[in-house]
Design a protein around this ligand. Sequence first.
Ligand code: EPU
Length: 306
Amino acid sequence: MKDTDKRVESPEQVRIALADVRGEVRLAEPMSRHTSMRVGGAADAVVIPQDEQDLKVLLAGAFQQGISVFALGGSNLIVRDGGIRGIVVKLSHLQSVRREGLHLHAQAGIAFPKLSQTALSHGLSGLEFAAGIPGTLGGAIVMNAGTGEGEIAQVLHSVKMLDLEGHEKVFDREALFFEYRSSKLPAGMIVAAEMLLKEGDAAEIKQRMDASLKRRRETQPLQYANAGCIFKNPPGEAAGRLVEQLGLKGRRVGEAEVSPLHGNFIVNRGKATAQEVLDLIREVQEQVKAARGIEMELEVKVVGEA
Ligand code: EPU
């Protein structure tokens, strides 16, 4: 969910909203513990619902109290230093996968690489590209995650969501308007998805996954905290190449650094703040605009309060 701007007036409202939730609740929880970039102030609450029913109870309670709820994928996300007003939901207990012919039914909290591995174990092809993409299936759907080899929208059949009050709705892919790294989802939260894959040769599937992982390890700074690619590739261009051409690799603001390895990554060298990351992003955008006249649109989502 996108709405993180509503203020929660009292911790009491959060307590009431969460009274019937069975899952784990952590109040005033630093988001730096839950994002791959390792930045971000505290959320009023981080909750890990036990199951879909528990999530419905949570959503209904939050709706009644007028509290925002935000589903966390955790990668491709920068949480500002003031944190998130409202409830952040982690779907770590929603990870089941079931095969039915060429279809995989998966819950939204499964790690995207694990889903890719599951498809391989069934000899199903179409999710090889996901082998090294961090984050959850739900997060991958929201932003239509992908690589040069494919994107989730290509294999998606339908998406099950809960609306803001916790009621189930199923949407076909066509209803969600996927484009390059974007979708138009209705308000609510993804809980599960159905993918339509192809029969494949397990050895060949594995080979494609391994090649994709190898390429990623060689070209991306995976040993540092990062948020994945910061910018969308502008039409006909590669964001990383543009950054490199302008000599911006290695540029630092505080402990945030444009990766010397891949220009479309910013790494947290230790104790970077969200503000340092955002200042560095702005500097890159300004320099690319000034030198090349190109707007570098963000691929990462920025949420929370400054
Ligand atoms: N390049 C440079 N300098 C750099 C980085 C890249 O010259 O510092 C050049 C490369 O040599 C290549 C081109 O730019 O010719 C494209 O680079 P790369 O193959 O690394 O792919 P990318 O377009 O930068 C995309 C996705 C990545 C995904 C890779 C792997 C986007 C914005 N990024 O990166 O996704 O991992 O392909 O296939 O679409 C992400 O979504 O978070 C992400 C990292």
